[in-house]
Structures are given as C-alpha cells and as structure tokens.
Design a protein around this ligand. Structure first.
Ligand code: OFO
Length: 172
C-alpha cells in the first residue's frame, strides 16, 4: 500500500507529465506554424513520450491499490522567440522535471518504499537521456545561428526521430 504522502506526490507527478505532454504539443503547433516539419515531428514524439510517462505512473498507482486523482492541467505557453528559444525552454523544463523526479525518489526512500523508489530510478535514467538529447539540439541550433541552410539541415535530421516505445505497464 502506498503511503498517503507518496500517493499524493505520485498523483502530482502524473499531472506534471501530462503538462509536459501539453507543453510539447504547444511546441508542435509553434514549429508547424514556422513550417519546420522536422522540429514539429520531434516535438510530437516528445509529447507522446511524456504521455507514456504519465500512463506509466498512472498504471503503477493502480497496481499498488492507490486511487489516481487527475488534477487540472495548466495551459502551456504557445509562443517562443525562435526555434532555439523553444528548445532552450524544453531543456529548462526537463531540468525542472529532473528535480521533481529526484524529490519523488527521495520521498520514496524516506518512506522506505522500495518499489516506488525502483520506479523512480527508471525515470532518473530517462531524464539523463532526455536532458542530453535536448541539450544536443540546443547546441546544434546555436552553432548554425541565423543560417537558413543550417536550420534546414537540423530540421531534416529531427524528422527521423522514431516513435517512443509504449511504456504503459508499471514495469521497466
Ligand atoms: Fe521529460 O519528463 Fe517525463 O519524466
């Protein structure tokens, strides 16, 4: 059985993951507006991945006999100054997510809930990869600066991002 404190924190994290999905979906709309198909595709895959992250915790809470509470998802920003600014915002967001996952892992350890801690370690690893991926794109965008052909090439590269694996089960 999940402790009430942990249950509340997991429900909050479900909400954070849904917000992440919403934020990336807003970035899809922004990139589509700029005709950057590859960037839009990358954001779409990211939005789907975040949806999977929400579902993974959702299913875990149920498996542990807890009651899922779906909270209000706040509206994301819809505009950025440039594709680079949008990816920088994505990186900043992932850093915030890493902090909330770490806080949840700390709480699970304090509560001596090994199963939840185990689940959070999966997210900890996932966050390392997510931050590194976005950071890589930010660096490339900075490198090309205002170059149209450079942006065109990065956009084409981002189009090849594969769809995320479904991770809706509570296990790894
Ligand atoms: Fe990219 O954040 Fe989920 O966990």
């Amino acid at each position: 059985m999940l402790s009430p404190k942990l249950l509340q924190a997991l429900n909050k994290q479900i909400n954070e993951e849904y917000y992440s999905s919403y934020l990336y979906q807003a970035m899809v709309a922004y990139m589509e507006d700029l005709n950057l198909d590859g960037c839009a595709h990358w954001m779409k895959m990211q939005a789907e991945e975040e949806h999977q992250h929400a579902l993974k915790i959702f299913n875990y809470v149920i498996e542990r006999g807890g009651r899922v509470q779906l909270l209000e998802v706040k509206a994301p920003p819809m505009e950025w100054d440039s594709p680079l600014a949008a990816f920088e915002a994505a990186l900043g967001h992932e850093k915030i997510m890493t902090k909330s996952i770490s806080a949840l892992a700390d709480l699970a350890q304090d509560e001596k809930d090994h199963a939840t801690n185990n689940l959070m370690q999966w997210y900890v690893t996932e966050q390392v990869e997510e931050e590194a991926n976005v950071d890589d794109i930010v660096k490339k965008l900075k490198l090309v600066g205002d170059s149209g052909p450079g942006l065109f090439m990065i956009d084409r590269e981002l189009k090849s991002r594969p769809a995320p694996n479904p991770v809706a089960d509570a296990g790894a």
